[in-house]
Design a protein around this ligand. Structure first.
Ligand code: PMP
Length: 316
């Protein structure tokens, strides 16, 4: 769908997946004026399809669009477009328990600009792909390295929104870490270099004496929808959850560490390496807190348990 003004997008069209045409002077190509989202559709045994809190993705895209000087689809338009694309790709949704359909909405400046300025025209598109586990470890604990040189985001920057440039900023640290055998990178704040921010594509939680702590939303970390949901699920399960500044020392001293995100769901962390020192978690015990939260969250997402908060949207 195309737009010149906020909330006013043309009726969308369905196309077979393939290359799209862009002007060489499109805003997205020259000035990184682009945002994306990520959500998943699950199929139940009876063939019905479930989305998890898609209106949260729509709202996050709207907030991001404001920061990136772009118009964005209304929440209704966004959710409706997601449903249409999922239904059109129903044959690609893995059967119940075998994975999910990852949905990638993209909003970008496709109008032409030469001098630095917001583009005069925007395109909203959605593509999908069947997916299994995000990390090659599957559900086994992942190994993170704390990054001490590069930062993902700075105060006043765009770290709090899902703009494409944030991911360009982490490519170097992430690919270097992967080449060394780590699953991903955990970033620290850029000023004190001691407070946890997040991982390249997920939020981080530490558990100490059954209290769960996670960095507060501060403008430099992405307000993850899984993060928000896990906090609510954990509180319902009787855990104390604190959103605050969390230091790297607390991370190293934690009983358990885990990450949350649409792609990674709830992934336990098996080890953290910081300044050459490696700390291992849960060696002698099963990761209890993250395992419990994983089970409660995924049963909701897959439509296997009651949904008292109305988080899932069923597509007929
Ligand atoms: N942080 C970053 C940088 C991300 O890319 C993601 C994935 N969207 C997350 C956190 C987790 O957000 P969500 O739970 O909404 O997928």
């Amino acid at each position: 769908a195309k737009s010149l003004k906020d909330g006013e997008f043309s009726e969308g069209e369905l196309h077979r997946f393939g290359p799209i045409q862009l002007s060489p002077s499109a805003g997205i190509l020259n000035y990184g004026q682009g945002l994306f989202e990520g959500l998943k559709a699950y199929q139940r045994e009876d063939g019905s399809i479930l989305l998890f809190r898609p209106e949260e993705n729509a709202l996050r895209m709207r907030l991001g669009a404001e920061r990136m000087c772009m118009p964005s689809p209304t929440v209704e338009h966004f959710v409706d477009a997601v449903k249409k694309v999922v239904v059109a790709n129903k044959c690609w949704i893995p059967p119940s328990g075998k994975g999910s359909l990852y949905i990638r909405p993209l909003l970008m400046g496709t109008g032409t600009v030469l001098g630095l300025a917001p583009a005069p025209e925007y395109t909203f598109l959605i593509f999908v792909s069947p997916v299994g586990n995000y990390f090659k470890e599957g559900l086994a604990p992942i190994n993170l390295i704390v990054e001490n040189e590069f930062h993902r985001a700075i105060p006043g920057g765009t770290g709090g929104v899902k703009t494409v440039g944030n991911y360009a900023a982490v490519l170097k640290a992430q690919s270097t870490a992967k080449a060394k055998g780590y699953s991903d990178v955990l970033y620290l704040d850029s000023i004190h270099k001691k407070y946890l921010e997040e991982v390249s594509s997920c939020n981080v939680f530490v558990v100490k004496d059954n209290v769960i702590s996670t960095p507060a939303i501060n403008g430099t970390i992405l307000p993850g929808i899984t993060r928000k949901s896990v906090i609510e699920v954990a509180r319902t399960q009787g855990f104390l959850v604190e959103e605050r500044l969390v230091t790297v020392d607390e991370l190293l001293d934690a009983d358990e560490v885990f990450c949350t995100g649409t792609a990674v769901v709830v992934s336990p962390v098996g080890s953290i390496t910081y300044l050459g020192k490696r700390v291992e978690y849960g060696k002698n015990a099963v990761s209890c807190v993250s395992g419990l939260l994983y089970n409660v969250l995924t049963s909701l997402q897959m439509g296997l348990s009651e949904d008292p908060l109305g988080w899932t949207v069923i597509i007929d």
